[in-house]
Design a protein around this ligand. Sequence first.
Ligand SMILES: Cc1cc2nc3c(=O)[nH]c(=O)nc-3n(C[C@H](O)[C@H](O)[C@H](O)COP(=O)(O)O)c2cc1C
Length: 191
Amino acid sequence: MTTTTARDTIMARRSVRAYEAKKLDKASIQRLLNYAVRAPTAMHQEPCVFVVIQNQSLLEEILNLAKPMFEKSLHAPGHTRVHTSHDFSDPNFSIFYGADTLIVILAKLTGSFVEADCWLAAENLMITATEMGLGSCVIGSALMALNTPEIKAKLTIPTDYSAVAPIIIGFPDGVTAATSRNEPMVLSWIV
Ligand SMILES: Cc1cc2nc3c(=O)[nH]c(=O)nc-3n(C[C@H](O)[C@H](O)[C@H](O)COP(=O)(O)O)c2cc1C
């Protein structure tokens, strides 16, 4: 019997950008959320809430708004040049890569650590997805669209909540190669 350790799962996680057209069941999503909320939160405030979107026409609506918004932001004056291999003006490019489920982690941004809390929950969720044989990818390019009043209204998100971490989840179509990492750069190690 082989045992998978947390370290194995961390190393196996990939940003998956190709998905099978297969619906993710409710129990699996509930499991992901149960592990997401096990992440630490500052002062044990537990500020994170979730929106799960499995409605394909709504996903398309978000996509159609997000693509031009994100593309425009890339060309905004003062924006640091970022490399993206995706053509956001291509009508065939989906920022959701065909995934059937988008999970958005949100919070009321009331304290300095709230966004950190959401991202820690996001990593727990993605590691759990990996362990379950599911693929995931953070979709930062959807964030601006998710925080527009029109999409918030459609998703019944109260105005005082903000989307922080949008993550697609689904069944991977094929194998995703690992990306490289720099060696950890230790600025100082004082003993
Ligand atoms: C905050 C954040 C935003 C991201 N936004 C996107 C995105 O919009 N689209 C995308 O394809 N990948 C996105 N990614 C995934 C990164 O591109 C990916 O993590 C990186 O290339 C390393 O690959 P790996 O996750 O497979 O190791 C995002 C990751 C983070 C942490």
